[in-house]
Design a protein around this ligand. Structure first.
Ligand code: GRF
Length: 205
């Protein structure tokens, strides 16, 4: 038991660039206390699933649209995670808000990456490009990314890691989004994943 790695599930919705950063980090030995054992997409046909398949990682789709409700979606998700003894859940570009019941069940075992320096530009209405549009509109000179634990408040859980990114005069929401991903998200998500996996390993008896 002691030598086993922490079993990680990565939840995705889209292209999966953050997932790719995690896969690469595991290959490069940056993530060594955990193993990506499952990738779950809530969107059928998401390219992230192909990235998982290419890396030989089990991948499945759990679709709220097909299951009909948030309750049914989360019930199925829990079933799939528990069937594989998943110990850490990483939200990587996962565009769905999880209920209080779900987040409580996996308390301190769900982490998320958000493309701003929390508490700026976060919460329910800030996702995807909207975060960067808001940062540019406000005129902040520095933005970045945050990895945090997930609780019942969107982007409200304890902060694990942050990295800042300078805003350029010529930035558009698109250029800023790309740079925040490259400089911050793809770096701190794998590092946080290793940190939390290591912590969880040390708490195992
Ligand atoms: C981007 O909106 C990024 O800022 C956010 O997730 C999206 C990237 O998704 N955190 P993916 O990892 O390429 O699927």
């Amino acid at each position: 038991m002691k030598d086993e790695k922490i079993k990680i599930a990565v939840l995705v919705s889209g292209g999966g660039t953050n997932l790719q950063a995690l896969i690469d980090a595991e290959m490069n030995g940056i993530i060594k206390s955990g193993k990506i054992s499952l990738v779950v997409s809530n969107v059928k046909g998401a390219y992230a699933l192909t990235r998982a398949a290419n890396a030989g990682i089990e991948n499945i789709t759990v679709s709220k649209k097909e299951l009909g409700s948030q309750e049914a979606f989360e019930r199925k998700l829990i079933e799939e995670l528990e069937a594989r003894d998943i110990e850490l859940i990483v939200l990587a570009g996962f565009m769905s808000i999880l209920s209080e019941e779900f987040t409580r069940r996996f308390s301190d075992r769900i982490i998320n990456v958000h493309p701003s320096l929390i508490p700026a530009f976060c919460g329910k209405v800030f996702y995807g490009l909207k975060v960067h549009e808001a940062a540019l509109e406000y005129g902040v000179k520095v933005t970045g990314a945050t990895v945090h634990f997930v609780n019942e408040i969107p982007d409200g859980g304890k902060i694990i890691m942050q990295k800042s990114v300078k805003i350029r005069e010529c930035d558009t929401p698109q250029t800023l989004q790309k740079r925040v991903m490259k400089i911050a998200e793809w770096k701190i998500l794998p590092l946080s994943c290793e940190k939390i996996s290591k912590d969880l390993l040390s708490k195992r008896v």
